[in-house]
Design a protein. Sequence first.
Length: 717
Amino acid sequence: ATHSGDVSQEVATHCPYCALQCGMTLRRTADRVEVLPRQFPTNRGGLCQKGWTAAELLDHPDRLTTPLVRDRPGAELRPASWPEALDRVVSGIRRIQAEHGRDAVAVFGGGGLTNEKAYTLGKFARVALGTRNIDYNGRFCMSSAAAAGIRAFGIDRGLPFPLADLGTADTLLLVGANVAETMPPLVRYLIEQRERGGTLIVIDPRATATARQATLHLQPTPGTDLAVANALLHIALAEGWVDKHYVDARTSGFEQVRRVAASYWPARVEQLSGVPVADLEAAARALGTAGRTIILTARGAEQHAKGVDTVTAFINLALALGLPGRPGSGYGCLTGQGNGQGGREHGQKADQLPGYRRIDDPAARAHVAGVWGVRPEELPGPGISAYELLTALGTPDGPKALLVFGSNPVVSAPRANRVESRLRDLDLLVVADFVRSETAAIADVVLPTAQWAEEDGTMTNLEGRVLRRRALRPPPPGVRTDLAVLAELADRLGTGSDVEPAGGGSTARVGSAGTGTGPRFPADPRVVFEELRRASAGGVADYAGISWERIDAEDGVFWPCPTEDGAGTARLFADGFPTPDGRARFLPVEHRAAAEEVCPDYPVYLTTGRVLAQYQSGAQTRRIAPLHRAAPGAFLELHPDLAARLGVLDGDEVLVTSRRGEMRAPARLTGTIRPDTVFAPFHWAGQARINSVTSDALDPVSRMPEFKVCAVRVEKA
Ligand code: SF4
């Protein structure tokens, strides 16, 4: 950074949006903040249009700079002072907890929050509020891949190898990953891979911008990826491409998986998925005979009521081919949200404590309680998952208050109309955000918070590389950081005072930068990070050896990194897997129908996803003029054959109806989608909100909703 007085003129930081966390430089000029691309190992100087325009929100007229409160149901939100708004929050929490118990107040976090915020939010819920009810929007993002990774490998790190490995793969398989629109700078690795003569295979029901670059595109019926994976394994077995030495030496459970795969003969799977036998065979050959092979899944495979099993099927394939841990090969998941990886490691998940520890593990509880200065028995037990939490709100036994940080569930939750009505029924809804998102608009109290360029912190990208996010300028007057808000709330709740370490079997010290005492909820992100290091020490996601100085010096540090003098771990599984016997686990998985299949009343499959110029619920990107011009509204993508049957022309307004709700948008006719399937992006609200329609069926393990397939009726509006 360069400085003029105490104000930075230029800082090296990262994009506020997706998990690629592209390196960028922010520069202050006389009247604005400029974004400049920056060389970083992942984006290599590239940025997409979202990154280029990210600074436009800093001084946007929609920016909130004063707290808002609603005096009674039905009244408009009105400006308030910080003391009044915080008093309202604290008195509401006290009243509700006194009447209904501690679990009556819930917390909802986000995968875009920095590591320090995710950590503090989990601690705030368990210690300051004493509630078990905390979860976050990452549950809607990649929880199925996380659960499958833990099941198979004993660890969940999106990519267990550096991103640059993609460029050297002889065969690269992308399953339900439209990186050309979601992470455009990543495309240069795909180009590099093909320029070296590599084969790119894409599995997607749509011929997306990514699929159109592929050597081979398999276009299955939504909800049949698992069967396709089992068919690929079936062929690999039949052709002798399974790495028997690897399977014997490094894995367990193969025999059962082999038996299951035996029944997924290609002709059967062609019938099930619509993928021709010849394409299944070509894909299996490319995967089974290549030197370096990488298999990646993303939301297309994961956001299903059988998402964990679908990912497991692709992991089984990767293990059978001997890929995980082999240099230049492997299985990985492309995490979506900016801190999708770090956001799931530090304790904002219902079932988890920092360091990716299980909240029901007595040793984990003792360690974390020691760091937090409480007794282990004071820590609440596991809560319920995001969608279950959101739909329990306001019910007789459910929470009566919700605090939302970094999320917009009114747009992003499945069956969003039901979620919205639950949120409206709450006694107290508090939203911390920097714009009036759709969730903030229905809140009782809105707390204006800082943006990414106004505070320091760390993020962990899709490779498990911990990065520094650096402040260019302080927050504008009237705005506070999330950490400052949580510190102030804890203080007012009487739990923020200086603490000494409690017992509970930990020698870790609490408080500011290892002095042994200090505020229990520090607002300084660097102090929080030091505490996070201690809390994560010895856990799966071990940050103990990572300091901000090391991150600066090394262009990020990969976890696990247990000691300051040892290197971070860029590549996992070279010598073994972090399972009790050191072996990766095969698990037999069978195809099953989607929770909702097409029928005469709802004869078309709906799938959802993102477009290049928008991000997540759109609360940020819809407000940025160039992005709005590029993608001004929702649409429904449908095949011309289906449109002809429905009497719909390109541009006609169509009504999409499911058993749960409806959505309206203009029709966009394209031959790139299957004739039995329609697609809508999920970035818009109101009547263009596709999540009014999506399915709320949950995966039994990850509790991931089935965003990617449900049955709908489409008609001209
Ligand atoms: Fe990079 Fe993602 Fe930001 Fe685009 S949105 S610039 S791909 S981090």
